[in-house]
Design a protein around this ligand. Structure first.
Ligand code: SAH
Length: 238
């Protein structure tokens, strides 16, 4: 079973989104487990502080390496599982679906959430954290980023999602975005009294034609929203 351990200065932000829907259900069914570690338990003075001002000057505060080491030693205890260490940071490698597929096969993932200006770089390097970003923008803490990573990873653990085919056909699975989806009503009359039809082919019952239409739409959508994925796809073909 995959165990996720979160190192954070804001433990009350967990399980947060991870307690809901399929991921939350899987948590309650012990298909994965979550442990949240408060960095302040490893703080260094009477006030259990965890941060200090940056050497070299500049605004903000930086989380100290000795605090992180103590927290890591604590989670390492009683566990010889196959572990992955991740530090959430906007200056990390951008998280991709392929990474989530790899992560979902580990026995234990330890995720460090930064705050303020981040974490002393020595702790990241010496303790072996991979630096991962969830996108090119800056949040004020790693907690939501960690929940994004965990949510994306847990849904790939076998038995968590109902229909495993839905994973195979999803966006990114073949360097393509997913085709558009439609449901009832067949004709939707909006509040301006305009009618909007579902594409005919989806109502035709011709499986081959539906498959072709969906593939064409996938290509169209990828070209318009994420052309870099198509470059990947073509490169792999060569
Ligand atoms: N001074 C840092 C930003 C710190 S943001 C810099 O310029 O790179 C504070 C914390 O929020 C970070 O330590 C990190 O844990 C988290 N965070 C912010 N944006 C993030 C992102 N895009 N992906 C992952 N974590 C992020």
């Amino acid at each position: 079973m995959l165990t996720v351990k979160i190192l954070t200065a804001y433990p009350e932000m967990f399980p947060g989104a991870l307690n809901h829907s399929v991921i939350g259900k899987a948590l309650k069914q012990n298909k994965w487990s979550l442990e949240v570690i408060n960095l302040h338990d490893f703080g260094f003075n009477r006030r259990k502080s965890i941060d200090d001002s940056p050497f070299g000057g500049g605004p903000g505060m930086v989380i100290r390496p000795d605090v992180i080491e103590k927290a890591v030693n604590h989670v390492k205890k009683n566990s010889n599982k196959n572990k992955l260490y991740i530090y959430m940071t906007p200056s990390g490698k951008t998280l991709k679906q392929q990474d989530l597929e790899k992560y979902s096969k580990f026995e234990e993932i330890i995720i460090l959430c930064g705050r303020f200006e981040g974490v002393d770089q020595r702790a990241i390097n010496i303790l072996g954290f991979q630096e991962i970003s969830i996108g090119d923008y800056v949040l004020s803490g790693g907690e939501i980023a960690a929940q994004v990573l965990v949510e994306g990873c847990i849904r790939l653990v076998p038995g968590v999602l109902g229909q495993s085919e839905s994973i195979l056909e999803e966006s990114f699975s073949d360097d393509l975005l997913e085709y558009p989806q439609y449901t009832r009503p067949k004709v939707w009359t909006d509040t301006q009294h305009k009618k909007h039809h579902v594409p005919d082919v989806l109502l035709s019952g011709h499986h081959e034609e539906i498959k072709k239409w969906r593939f064409d739409k996938s290509i169209e959508k990828t070209e318009s929203n994420k052309p870099d994925l198509l470059d990947n796809k073509n490169r792999k073909k060569k």
